[in-house]
Design a protein around this ligand. Structure first.
Ligand code: OGA
Ligand code: MN
Length: 207
């Protein structure tokens, strides 16, 4: 497999997860790959492949723009070389986390997400009440030339009432423990693109 990742970066993510439950890495993947992923996300959005995201799970899922206003497209392997490179990189990260933290992450599910101007995602945890397989969240941003005034920060609510804002700048990866860190996405002034996903443990499918 083509090795897209530098292992010091993988070790840093694993160390951060172990010590504080979250990690932020700038320039996680090569800039040309990040640009290609952004282009693919925009093209597929223009072709109508992205749909308003739902809230909740299974039959109870519904679109509620007062909670989240992004449009998403779930990814499967084999859709494009660029997406496959991203999925390969996340698989390397999954194995590194398993080696370092003994969590036993079994797979990774992910989608493109596009927040149109004004869209947000209210404070939440990435874990469903009836399904706790999501163990580690990973968000990878695709926005070149993001400016502080553009908004769209990921706001994480950490221990001791510390709040941490991350700019959704192209190439930045944020990883955090899904059950531990409440977070929200602030409204942006321009389209905000990402690949958002979850490493999952094995579990019993409740439905
Ligand atoms: C999510 C989410 C964060 C982000 O999709 O669950 O919290 O920064 N995304 O896009
Ligand atoms: Mn989330």
């Amino acid at each position: 497999m083509h090795n897209t990742l530098e292992s010091p970066m993988l070790s840093a993510v694993v160390d951060d997860l172990a010590t504080r439950g979250w990690s932020e890495q700038a320039n996680f993947l090569p800039a040309d790959l990040v640009r290609a992923l952004a282009t693919e996300c925009r093209r597929r959005a223009a072709e109508g492949e992205l749909n308003p995201a739902g809230v909740g799970r299974g039959a109870a899922q519904e679109v509620r723009e007062a909670i989240r206003g992004d449009h998403i497209l779930w990814l499967d392997p084999g859709e494009s070389d660029d997406c496959d490179q991203y999925l390969d990189a996340m698989d390397e990260l999954r194995l590194a986390i398993n080696q370092g933290l003994f969590i036993g992450l079994e797979d990774y599910e992910c989608h493109f997400a596009l927040y149109p101007p004004g869209a947000f995602y209210r404070r939440h945890l990435d874990r469903f009440r009836d399904d706790d397989r999501r163990a580690v969240s990973a968000v990878f941003y695709l926005n070149e030339n993001w400016q502080p005034g553009d908004g769209g920060e990921l706001r994480m609510f950490l221990a001791d009432e510390v709040v941490r804002d991350v700019q959704p700048t192209a190439g930045t990866l944020v990883v955090f423990l899904s059950g531990d860190i409440p977070h929200e996405v602030l409204a942006a002034r321009r389209d905000r693109l990402s690949l958002t996903g979850w490493f999952r443990r094995r579990g019993n499918e409740p439905f």
